[in-house]
Design a protein around this ligand. Structure first.
Ligand code: IMP
Length: 197
């Protein structure tokens, strides 16, 4: 079934414009939760897939149109995968400068001295009848010993160094980051699925 209109479950202006630009060449109109004034769905799941589906399925059922959502986070080996699905809430008052300080301090205290980490993202597409598809993306790397700021990035980008690079995500251009990022990879799979329909 070819899709002509999708709702994107997000109030994040940056993500919304990214998805609109990506799907416009496929002739798919994207509306967002902000456009239809649908409130944020609470993320009560314990996995990225669960949270992503909670958002997309709730809205697809409520509004009767196909809906996409994403959920993502940073998983650090030395912290047994934390902050993971709690990445946004881990930062005190959503202040990621403080969140990074907390992360570096907890890693210093951990007996596991590994710096290995990865970002994960699960994009879900839910249909009003309950069917769904999941698209996963992951990028492996390591946590820097101190913040490496650049012109771009958000969240934990200043301390994430992807494998094969010696700069942080925050020091890359948007295009460069999108090519290898967890979200970029999940979205690429989603786009390939749409093209296959
Ligand atoms: P959400 O998927 O929008 O709920 O994002 C969860 C949280 O994970 C964000 O608030 C960030 O803290 C973190 N996060 C997800 N993706 C990235 C990224 O690409 N760079 C830095 N932090 C990220």
């Amino acid at each position: 079934m070819k899709l002509s209109k999708i709702l994107f479950a997000s109030h994040n202006a940056g993500k919304i414009s990214e998805i609109k630009n990506m799907l416009a060449p496929l002739g798919i109109e994207v509306v967002s939760s902000a456009d239809v004034t649908f409130p944020d769905v609470e993320e009560t799941g314990t996995t990225f897939a669960e949270n992503s589906l909670l958002k997309s399925q709730t809205i697809a059922k409520a509004l009767g149109i196909p809906c996409i959502a994403d959920d993502s986070g940073l998983c650090v080996d030395a912290l047994n995968g934390a902050p993971g699905v709690y990445s946004a809430r881990y930062a005190p008052n959503r202040d990621f400068d403080k969140g990074i300080d907390k992360l570096l301090a907890e890693m210093n205290e951990s007996s596991d001295k590994s710096r290995k980490a990865h970002f994960s993202c699960v994009v879900s597409l839910a249909y009003p009848d309950g069917r769904y598809k999941l698209f996963e993306g992951r990028v492996d790397g390591k946590i820097a010993f101190e913040k490496m700021y650049g012109d771009g990035g958000f969240g934990y980008d200043p301390v994430f160094i992807p494998d094969g690079y010696d700069c942080s995500f925050a020091q890359m251009s948007k295009e460069e980051k999108n090519k290898i990022s967890h979200r970029g990879r999940a979205m690429q799979k989603f786009k390939e699925y749409l093209i296959s329909l």
